[in-house]
Design a binder for this molecule. Structure first.
Ligand code: RIB
Length: 295
């Protein structure tokens, strides 16, 4: 089983012709709400890809909390480790441009009330998936519990933050985009060089997502490059979450790294072709179809 510990947000999504410049007022062409949050998104992506998934997090005692719980449960994600806490659920305000690019601002709400628990029991869990939208001490505590129980830790260091050494030391697979890589490594270097510099600090695999250029992964022994699958993007929100969730499912099934990266890259491409974060995430057979079509 995969345990995803992280955030759940209600996304407020507007479509705009282009992302606004500072001081500019734009007329949006649509508004909708949708379940999101990097943690919940990764849990849903992993479950749709065929994983058995449980989610650890917090939502508020509001209507948004009901929506977020229902979305997770509706995708087959186990919700018994989600606390309902006083106050509002997490909310994200997202502008999506015509070419699918986005701007996101998050109000943490209930996500800020996820507490550290180093005594967390991980019986039956083979991998833990983490991101950085819940407090860093809670992320570090779950990672430490996983390391102590020989459970693989996959950390998506998003949104970008400088990481405590203790968290990197517990991480087996680090997933970052180029901006996050620069923040975490502290280096202004080419992706492969910056990723390789992180290996002695803990992870045995560093994966760098490169948008339209696909991704690369470095290990002590090799560098793997995976090209992107060509699609016309409608909404890139949640593409990174889809990538991480599907990568977790494929690795937990015992796939090799190159094979898992290919499936994750295909899933991320599909996710960009449909609106909203979870709205675009593919089912397992869709991923298989794209992989077969481009074999
Ligand atoms: O990665 C996309 C997600 O970031 C959105 O769903 C939003 O809630 C923010 O957490």
């Amino acid at each position: 089983m995969i345990l995803v510990a992280g955030s759940a947000n209600l996304d407020h999504v507007i479509r705009v012709p282009e992302l606004p410049k500072p001081g500019e007022t734009l007329l949006a062409t649509s508004y909708e709400t949708a379940p999101g949050g990097k943690g919940a998104n990764q849990a849903v992506a992993a479950a749709r890809a065929g994983g058995t998934v449980s989610f650890l997090g917090a939502v508020g005692q509001d209507v948004a909390g009901d929506v977020l719980l229902a979305a997770l449960a509706g995708n087959g994600v186990q919700t018994d480790l989600i606390e309902r806490v006083p106050g509002p659920s997490g909310q994200a305000f997202i502008s999506v441009s015509q070419d699918g690019e986005n701007y996101i601002a998050v109000v943490a709400g209930a996500n800020d009330q996820v507490r550290p628990d180093r005594a967390l029991s991980l019986a039956g869990v083979d991998s833990v998936v983490l991101q950085l939208e819940i407090p860093l001490p809670a992320v570090t505590a779950v990672a430490a519990a996983a390391q102590a129980q020989d459970v693989k830790v996959i950390l998506n260091a998003a949104p970008a933050q400088v990481l405590p050494a203790a968290l990197l030391e517990c991480t087996d697979v680090l997933v970052v985009n180029q901006h996050e890589l620069a923040t975490v490594s502290g280096l202004d270097a080419a992706p492969e060089e910056a990723a390789r510099a992180l290996l002695p600090r803990g992870p045995s695999v560093v994966v760098v997502t490169l948008g339209a250029s696909g991704c690369l992964a470095v290990t002590p022994d090799e560098t793997i490059r995976q090209a992107a699958f060509k699609v016309t993007p409608v909404d890139t929100t949640g593409a990174g979450d889809t990538f991480t969730g599907v990568l977790a499912t494929r690795l937990s099934e015992g796939n090799g790294l190159a094979e898992a990266l290919r499936a994750a890259t295909a899933a991320a491409a599909i996710s960009c072709t449909r609106p909203t974060a979870q709205g675009g995430m593919p089912a397992r057979d869709e991923i298989e179809q794209l992989l077969a079509a481009s074999a």
